[in-house]
Design a protein around this ligand. Sequence first.
Ligand SMILES: Cc1ncc(COP(=O)(O)O)c(C=O)c1O
Length: 390
Amino acid sequence: MRIPLMKHAFLEEKETKKKLAEFIVSSDMFSMGKYCKMFEEQFAQYQQSKYAVLFNSGGSANLALLQALKSMGKLKEGDKVGFSALTWSTNVMPIIQMGLIPVPIDVSTETINVMADNLKERLQETDLQAFFTTNVLGFAGDLEQIAALCKERGILLLEDNCESLGVKLAGKKTGNFGLAATFSFYVAHHMSTIEGGMICTDDEELYNLLKITRANGWDRNVDPDKQAQIRKPYQIDEFYAKYSFFELGFNLRPTEITGFLGIEQLQYLEQNIAVRNHNYAVFESVIQENNELLPVQHAHISRISPFGLVIMCQSPELRKKYLERFIQADIEIRPVIAGNMQNQPFYKKYVKQLYALPNTDFVNQCGFYCGNYPELIDEDVETICGCLRG
Ligand SMILES: Cc1ncc(COP(=O)(O)O)c(C=O)c1O
């Protein structure tokens, strides 16, 4: 493959692999410990959020978040949870797995993200207890307006920021507009810990429940005063506390390798986003000159954080033409994530109520994406630009 979706597993690959090898040789402990905690603290600081909880994947983070919100009493079985119709499978699957009812919200064809107007339209047909929005492929919707609408209607707002780490709008980073946000550090994301995920929140109760949910439902990872409070009603002493399970949980723990890699990769994150933005500006200027393509609109975003390069064509026929060009040039391509989620086989099996999603259908039929990352050399950038010209 001449231009794969991603060339390396890590930012500063050589240096990171060397440090990882040294870490493995010199460490005695690999299960969740001090490196995970250090990464959580550094990531919370980067995100400007109070708390961060590390997981073994972004999908695990989504699952744990909904479980913890149920344990907290903020969501209950049968509640309707809105989600961006254009998202990843493991954003929606936990909604179904938790006994909640998924309600897809159409995206805007211009921003490829859910905007407040899209949410408002759906709210004319149905109420929602929560909205788990996805910030899609390095962009986001008008989150400030979405947050205001959710507040007005008493809807709990959550962000899946797995694809948009580093996006800034309305004076803050995405991931800070709702009660909590999830992140993924899978290879080919903005930074990678091989597998890994995070949840950020400012809510202390949710923070504690997330740590309990992540590790078997026990309280070992919460502070001693909180432990005392949790154990008191059951009169559980120190001996039995080791194997006492307080809330429904899973084992979604990361390893110290995840923590170590997170700390290492975080150093290069801003530099990575800057190069992706630099490449994106070059591609965007070519897209803007070609009237067969539709540039993704992002005037409401102060800094995008390109995940890949999204190419939107005016029609499905034109998409066919551009797909062929990319295939001919040996550039790896993908659909715009899961397309209209309602058309995915698992969804049809579990969800009977379907909604019209014309804009998401359009994005699915007219769009695709290729890689955009720091290792693209000038020749790669020119090859992609060549495919984008009219
Ligand atoms: C929007 C979104 N949510 C969740 C996930 C799941 O993340 P992970 O692959 O780390 O489980 C992804 C994966 O890319 C994603 O794009």
